[in-house]
Design a protein around this ligand. Structure first.
Ligand code: NI
Length: 204
């Protein structure tokens, strides 16, 4: 007679839950890793590819901005207060950065392309700093880039004429790395000195 082996039933009752837990732990671990890897591989949650027009009507894409940090702001030239104030702070902050400012390209993207043609944009940014790159495009191109940067904007009627409107819009400075990856949001309402300090910390 063969020796009696431990009852397979008893062993199964002990092992199955343990094996089950191990498999579950492995699946959860693998899932979390895949999820993290996937979201990183999908690219930045803020920013992405775009193709817009500069002040001369020339095409500029996100790839053209590579190699330098980009400080991106969305607004419009008819903005009565927030946009001009922000752009003033940006140009003053860059002045304060001294030679480091050469690493940063400030970019102003309109969310009012109907009025902000390349020529209007070019004229407008020249009042702030020659470093500032103005970008506009079709309604669809602007909607696309705004969505990628999570920018909110909407027209606000002020009268009966077609041009009687202002634009509500979110106001954030987006610092993008030299590879085009989103690095940090910077407060658009910060004084120039604070903005310069925040910027300086981010630059290599
Ligand atoms: Ni504005």
């Amino acid at each position: 007679m063969p020796e009696p082996s431990p009852s397979p039933d008893a062993r199964g009752k002990f092992l199955l839950p343990v094996v089950g837990l191990l498999v579950l732990a492995l699946l959860v671990g693998a899932g979390a890793t895949m999820w993290l890897g996937g979201s990183l591989a999908d690219g930045p949650a803020v920013g992405g590819s775009f193709s817009l027009l500069d002040g001369d009507g020339k095409r500029v894409t996100d790839r053209d901005l590579r190699g330098k940090y980009a400080l991106v702001y969305f607004g419009y030239t008819f903005c009565p207060d927030v946009c001009p104030t922000t752009l003033n702070q940006v140009s003053e902050a860059l002045d304060r950065l001294g030679t480091k400012a050469g690493q940063v390209r400030p970019v102003f993207i309109t969310i009012d392309p109907a009025r902000d043609t390349p020529a209007v944009m070019k004229q407008y940014v020249s009042a702030f700093t020659p470093r500032l790159l103005p970008l506009t495009g079709s309604d669809a191109e602007i909607a696309d880039v705004a969505r990628k940067f999570r920018v909110y904007y909407a027209p606000h009627r002020t009268g009966d004429q077609p041009g009687d409107y202002t634009m509500d819009h979110s106001s954030v400075l987006y610092l993008m790395g030299p590879e085009g990856k989103f690095l940090a949001p910077l407060r658009a309402d910060a004084p120039a000195r604070e903005l310069a300090e925040n910027l300086s910390k981010q630059l290599k």
